[in-house]
Design a protein around this ligand. Structure first.
Ligand code: R5P
Length: 272
């Protein structure tokens, strides 16, 4: 197959009143791949994406594959209280209405988000590139999930690396005392690598770091897929005494040292 590369780009303008303008310049194939992460500023990034998609469709593009490395609004994927908007469903509907034909995301906050779409959605796992980074940089790690919800990530990495994994769990010692510690593992003298999907305020991670230090971990390295890192979250995490914080580049941040480019490229190739 002969590949042809064109210089095509999107020209963005923000008008003085805050409205956005886009113009697609250059040659287009009848199949197009659009890459847009929808982290902060979520609403602006989403609006740009809707404008791009609808525009491409009206320009006659047959198939649009959309890569959304971080799917914003993914944490409101159900109605927790009556009257709440299920934001993830609404975003899914809008993406489809705008013209997306196939979607590629990385570690959606909940797998059930894929069911909100009528079109094909690939929920890729960033655990292989994170495991590769750990292998190259940390000797004899143990992988720790900060809560049971993240245990699947720890297991996936540990299975790739052939190392131990665990999650932190609260145990009631007495009516007044609750102790949080690794459920099965003794982390004393070990290099503990915490893994979570999202770090937002950093609260979950700081708590986990303190517990692992109390239990004698010699080093604590923090890893995550999506470094949302609100305000001074990264500072707070370093202030808790971690040795390093690493994340993928689904969102850009000072911790985004692990590339997901190959993961996405492989998935796009495989999708045909
Ligand atoms: C929770 O379900 C997620 O997996 C993360 O643990 C959570 O979003 C982290 O938030 P924060 O950094 O604000 O504690």
């Amino acid at each position: 197959m002969k590949l042809e590369f064109y210089t095509t780009y999107v020209n963005f303008i923000v008008f003085p009143d805050g409205e956005r303008y886009i113009r697609i310049k250059g040659k287009l194939d009848d199949e197009v791949i659009v890459v847009q992460s929808t982290g902060y500023p979520q609403d602006e990034n989403l609006m740009e994406l809707f404008l791009i998609l609808k525009n491409l469709k009206s320009m006659g593009i047959r198939k649009i594959k959309v890569v959304i490395p971080y799917f914003g609004y993914g944490r409101q994927e159900r109605r927790f209280k009556s009257g709440e908007a299920v934001s993830a469903v609404i975003i899914a509907d809008l993406l489809e209405a705008a013209g997306a034909d196939e979607i590629f995301c990385i570690n959606l906050h909940e797998e059930n988000i894929t069911e909100f779409f009528q079109i094909r959605v690939h929920n890729l796992s960033a655990m292989p590139p994170i495991a590769k980074y750990i292998k190259q940089n940390i000797n004899n790690p143990v992988i720790i999930a900060p809560d049971k919800g993240a245990l699947g990530f720890a297991k996936e990495i540990a299975e790739i690396l052939g190392c131990e994994y665990d999650h932190l769990e609260k145990t009631r010692i007495s009516p007044e005392v609750v102790e949080t510690k690794p459920k099965n593992l003794d982390v004393k003298g070990k290099d503990a690598v915490i893994i979570d999907d999202i770090i937002s305020t950093g609260g979950t991670i700081v708590n986990a770091v303190e517990i692992l230090k109390e239990h004698g971990a010699s080093k604590v390295i923090v890893s995550c897929v999506h470094p949302v890192l609100v305000e001074d979250a990264l500072l707070k995490i370093f202030a808790s005494g971690v040795d390093d914080v690493v994340a993928t580049d689904t969102l850009l941040s000072d911790a985004s040292v692990i590339s997901v480019a190959q993961l996405v490229a492989d998935a796009l190739k495989k999708s045909g």
